[in-house]
Design a protein around this ligand. Structure first.
Ligand code: ADP
Length: 304
């Protein structure tokens, strides 16, 4: 049985509905990926690495993790902190806008929880996944410790999967984001970017240009998501463009890339080849974008 850790921030989500009341749920890119990975590949042991508080919403969050059969041994509970929160609002044209309260979230201090015992737990895993969002939320002064942790994981043979998931608001400036991404690429065995992640930072417009950019790094598996234009893969020196069936009635693209990542990782960890894994991941993302919200109901998420 394979084992993976996913690291990042899960937030409290508030969304306004038409009656002008607020709906409350939970979301975060690494959590979304973990949920879909586990739903699609039940035998894989899916572990979360994050920090939350001890407040009521944190308690509800951890209950949800457990409900989704995600292992929470490394979900740390900080008595002095709360989880981050965001509010999605729709304007009268249907465009979404986001306000965030996350600058003092518990997860920003994640590195204080990584002692020798925790590190030993993390090294007993096949894979470790994180994203550019996970990286950005670590307190800047602790990021050197994060790279040291990745050194230890690599040394222990743990494979690293990374999705840059570029969000400009999370970085002080583009140079800071570029420096961190380039450091992450040095560790990455499997890179799961979208073409968009490279647009602003590197003026890159196509999947082929992303692949060229990545060539100097030792990335074994490069899976470039490009919306309905398909998926561009470079694996074992073979380049392949895999077309996908476009969805005509897209309802909400939240979590498209996350569901793709989770199911792709699960499929690869289960021994499926790249083409079959992409097909399954694209099928999962297609389901997700036809429903509202990051996490769709279990009954509509059927990949068989
Ligand atoms: P991200 O959400 O990370 O920006 P993409 O927009 O490329 O990434 O979407 C991730 C995946 O979701 C795509 O690789 C594809 O499988 C699926 N997807 C996105 N948009 C569509 C669409 N219009 N039709 C079908 N699948 C889509």
């Amino acid at each position: 049985m394979s084992k993976i850790f996913l690291f990042g921030e899960c937030m409290v989500e508030l969304s306004s509905n038409q009656q002008d009341t607020l709906n409350q749920s939970f979301a975060g890119d690494f959590f979304n990926a973990a949920v879909y990975l586990k739903r699609a590949f039940e035998p894989i042991e899916v572990n979360l690495l994050t920090a939350i508080g001890k407040d009521k919403l944190s308690n509800a969050m951890i209950k949800l993790f457990e409900h989704e059969q995600l292992n929470t041994d490394l979900v740390f509970k900080d008595t002095k902190k709360l989880p981050g929160l965001y509010w999605i609002q729709l304007d009268n044209k249907g465009e979404r806008s986001f306000d965030y309260w996350r600058s003092d979230a518990a997860v920003r201090q994640i590195m204080k929880w990584i002692d020798d015992k925790t590190l030993a737990e993390l090294t007993h895993s096949d894979w470790f996944f994180f994203s550019g969002i996970s990286l950005a939320v670590i307190n800047p002064q602790d990021r050197a410790l994060f790279w040291k942790m990745l050194d230890a994981l690599k040394l222990a043979g743990v494979k690293i999967a990374f999705d840059p998931n570029y969000r400009h608001q999370l970085w002080q400036n583009e140079a800071e984001a570029r420096a961190h991404f380039e450091q992450a690429f040095e560790y990455t065995d499997m890179l799961l970017p979208g073409v968009d992640d490279f647009k602003t930072l590197y003026a890159i417009e196509t999947a082929e240009q992303v692949a060229d950019f990545c060539q100097p790094y030792q990335i074994d598996e490069l899976i470039i998501k490009n919306g309905e234009q398909g998926v561009y893969c470079v694996y074992q020196n073979q380049v392949r463009q895999i077309n996908i069936e476009p969805v005509n009635h897209v309802v909400d693209t939240t979590s498209a890339g996350d569901s793709f990542n989770g199911v792709y990782l699960g499929a690869r960890l289960s021994g499926k080849d790249v083409a079959n894994s992409v097909a399954l991941a694209a099928k999962a993302a297609a389901i997700v974008i036809q429903h509202k919200g990051a996490i769709v109901p279990k009954q509509v998420f059927t990949l068989a």
